[in-house]
Structures are given as C-alpha cells and as structure tokens.
Design a protein around this ligand. Sequence first.
Ligand code: GAR
Length: 196
Amino acid sequence: EVSIAVFASGSGSNFEVLVEKSREQAWPQEIALLVCDKPGAGVLERAERLGVPAYVFAPAQYPDKAAYEQDVLQLLRKYDVEWIVLAGYMRLIGPTLLEQYPWRILNIHPSLLPAFQGKDAIQRALEYGVRWTGVTVHFVDEGMDTGPIIEQKPVLVEPGDTLESLQKKVHFVEHHMYPAVIRKLLTGQLIPPRDR
Ligand code: GAR
C-alpha cells in the first residue's frame, strides 16, 4: 500500500493538522512516517503523540546531499512512499529525490510566491510593509520555494499587526489549505501535469 512521507524541521503544526485530517477524512493514503533533519525539533514530540514513526537524520554527518538523500530514499522505499509533503522542511531537495519523485513532492510556503522566498518570509513581508501576504502550495523543483504553483490564498496585513499576529493568521490559512490541496491530489480532483 502506497503512502505519504512528511518532511519537517520545526515545530510541526502543519504536520499535526495533516495527520489529524488524513485520519478524520480517511485519505486513500496514510501519512506513514515523518522525516526530520533536526534532532530535537518540536515536530518529533508531535509525531510521538500521534503515533507516527519519526526518523531523524543529521545531514551534516554525510559527505554530501546525495549521500544523505540516498539514505532517506531507502527509508521511503521501505514504506512504499508515493508522495513527499514538505511542512517547514528548511532544506533544498536535491536531484536524488527529485528524480525519483517527479510531480510528487509538495511544499507550503508562508508568502504569495514569488515574493519572499526562503526563510523568515512572514517577518520579511511585515518589514517590507506589504498590505497583503499569503500562503502558497507548490510542486517542488531544485530551487528555493520555486516550482509550479498549485494554490495560493491571501492574508491581509492589518495596521497594528505584529510578527505574532501575522504568523497566527498565516498559520490558520496554512492549516486549512494544505490538507485540502493534498486531499484533492490524492483523490484525483486535482491532476499533476505528468499524469494529465
Ligand atoms: C510554515 O509556516 C511553513 O509555511 C514554513 O515553515 C513553517 C513551519 O511551521 N515553510 C517555509 O518557510 C518553507 N520555505 P510548522 O513547523 O509549525 O508547520
């Protein structure tokens, strides 16, 4: 039975809602494992609580990205992983994984891409003074927060917003949007270009 792997580096709020929704809505594929590249990341506690097997890798201990991703790939094969879902995974995906998962790796980013690619996107949007920011879900390619866009939703930046208040609004949108997009892909309501 094919499955989904979530990759995360941080607190894991998106990971948690994905697991919850996938169970509530009985997705045709289950989130079989978490891949984490940050020992001690908050997402690991969530995985434990939710009963999702978590695998921690320390990329610095590999000679290069290819060697690291080869190890990850072996693990994904064990679980018959079909989809890779990045949820705050703060690392570029290399050719090793990209070639094995064409149109099968998704990312969520807290801005209206191509604005504010990379780290601290919410803070940089606030500092820039944009009136609207938002959330983007896209297919992953070799770039940083590039790759074909699947869906975007706007978030209004209001006078008096702080990093905390804006983060809260962005996360709220993410937590609704990501499970909905993934479900559509799994159920064929949304068809990736390679399958059209
Ligand atoms: C999310 O806001 C996600 O969009 C962002 O990291 C956060 C992870 O939060 N991803 C990126 O910035 C990717 N460039 P979480 O750990 O609570 O799910």
